[in-house]
Design a binder for this molecule. Structure first.
Ligand code: ZN
Ligand code: ZN
Length: 353
């Protein structure tokens, strides 16, 4: 074997690293350093953790947050590879933790380790989001309404849930302004106050896609910040005017609504043909009845395309053109609606839809 001497200490060495023996090489760097005190700032209300100047949402346990903070504060020799860090935490006080840290790594082929100590001081500070929520901060209000009517409770719950789910998804992705400040239930609908205007707008877009809602926005000037005007935006989110089960008159035809969204579809009660129209084009349509007006009547006879129905109040037979959706035979009971003394035959099982 070739005989080598370390040029630094003069002792014999099997091989040289960076021109020195292993012991002398290990003295040329410090594997790991950590400040004497590491600070962890946590929001007592939501558990978010402050990192540098900003807050990050967090669901981990406090000890895991502290471990994470220690790892972030640890400065390692840049050539260190295959690094293993283990941390022992002890605490005498909920705000002060003592950490024993062992670092194991490979530097230029030499396995080396270091032991360090630090003190972690945990302080509790209300985060940006929680202080905004408690201060009533909001950038936008989404007013859940319906076109030309009051939305029913189920519709309001559906839309509020859609907003809540969207906001929660955004918050989990780290969007700190995605929160709901308050929800007001009013006779005409529900008002949802939202931390972020862009979240509010996205919620409205989603409601338009999913439920055929329309929306408009109106800004209100609320002040100035750094010379820029600050606006609050009110979104008027409106559910479609007609709901499934409504019977409307559009252009002289009675239509039983089955779906209401960007398009409105249903059944032409006179003929039994399918109806489909862009909802925007139904501005002049009016609701003339709904399923609560349905009554039983006797189908007297069916002959080719002519039927006779016994009028439920005058008991006189009324002759009608047979609509495509009628499948009953003479003598059977059917469901009908009477609108301005005109009889319309309903399709079977309409109430279950
Ligand atoms: Zn040496
Ligand atoms: Zn918080």
């Amino acid at each position: 074997m070739k005989y080598l001497a370390c040029p630094v200490c003069g002792r014999p060495a099997d091989n040289l690293i960076d021109g020195r023996c292993k012991d002398c090489f290990l003295k040329t760097f410090t594997l790991a350093r950590i400040p004497h005190i590491v600070r962890t700032i946590i929001c007592p209300l939501c558990g978010s953790v402050k990192k540098g100047g900003h807050w990050e949402g967090n669901t981990a346990e406090l000890e895991d947050v502290i471990q994470e903070g220690i790892k972030e504060a640890l400065k390692l020799e840049p050539d260190a590879g295959d690094v293993q860090v283990s941390i022992d935490l002890t605490n005498s006080d909920p705000s002060i933790y003592h950490a024993g840290i062992r670092v194991n790594a490979n530097v230029k082929g030499i396995r080396t380790k270091a032991t360090l100590k630090t003190e972690v001081r945990v302080s509790r500070e209300t985060c940006d989001t929680c202080s905004r929520i408690s201060g009533g901060y909001y950038e936008a209000v989404v007013q859940v309404r319906a076109e030309g009517r009051f939305p029913d409770e189920e519709e309001q719950v559906q839309l509020v849930e859609l907003i809540e789910e969207l906001i929660e998804r955004q918050y989990r992705k780290g969007y700190r302004l995605a929160f709901i400040t308050k929800i007001d239930e009013l006779p005409e609908g529900t008002d949802v106050y939202i931390g972020s205007n862009s979240s509010a707008r996205q919620a409205c877009k989603l409601a338009a896609e999913r439920y055929g809602c329309s929306y408009s926005e109106s800004p209100t000037l609320v002040g100035k910040k750094d010379g820029k005007d600050i606006y609050r935006i009110t979104y008027s989110l409106r559910l479609p005017r007609f709901v499934p089960g409504d019977i409307i008159n559009t252009g002289g035809d009675a239509v039983l609504i089955r779906h209401s969204g960007k398009r409105t579809t249903g059944l032409l009660l006179g003929s039994g043909l399918e109806f489909s129209e862009n909802t925007n084009r139904l501005k002049n349509a009016v609701k003339i009845a709904d399923m609560e007006d349905a009554v039983d009547a006797v189908l007297v006879s069916v002959e080719d395309d002519i039927v006779q129905v016994m009028h439920p109040t005058t008991f006189r037979p009324v002759t009608l053109k047979k609509p495509a959706h009628l499948s009953g035979r003479g003598g059977e009971d059917i469901r009908i609606v009477v609108i301005s003394d005109e009889i319309f035959i309903l399709p079977p099982n309409q109430e279950n839809e």
